[in-house]
Design a protein around this ligand. Sequence first.
Ligand SMILES: [Zn+2]
Length: 116
Amino acid sequence: MIEKNCPNCGNPFHGRSNRTYCSQSCKSAINNFRVAERDKDANIATQKVKANRRILMTLYNLYGNMELPPMVIDKTKLDKTWSSRVNLKEKKQLFLDLCLTKLENGNYLIEKFKNE
Ligand SMILES: [Zn+2]
């Protein structure tokens, strides 16, 4: 038994060397905080992908399956660092059900996948 200070509440406690927290509630509090932090990051990523999808949906509704010059994409606030999937080889990026492809000629194509 050694004396330590709980990293959550700061109170001193006696316990086995491998015990970190003074109580189950302090252990849970730290764990809940970590889970919330992790989910917060995931939620931010989800929001950014959804914002990108909205931008692409607007373009898709305007132009459909037309090839778009890069200028059209660049004028939007599309942030290509946030997508739900990337295929570098085929230069495709997925934003949920919308796929953005960079074509050989430099133009872009937006495709919509049908809901199953
Ligand atoms: Zn504690």
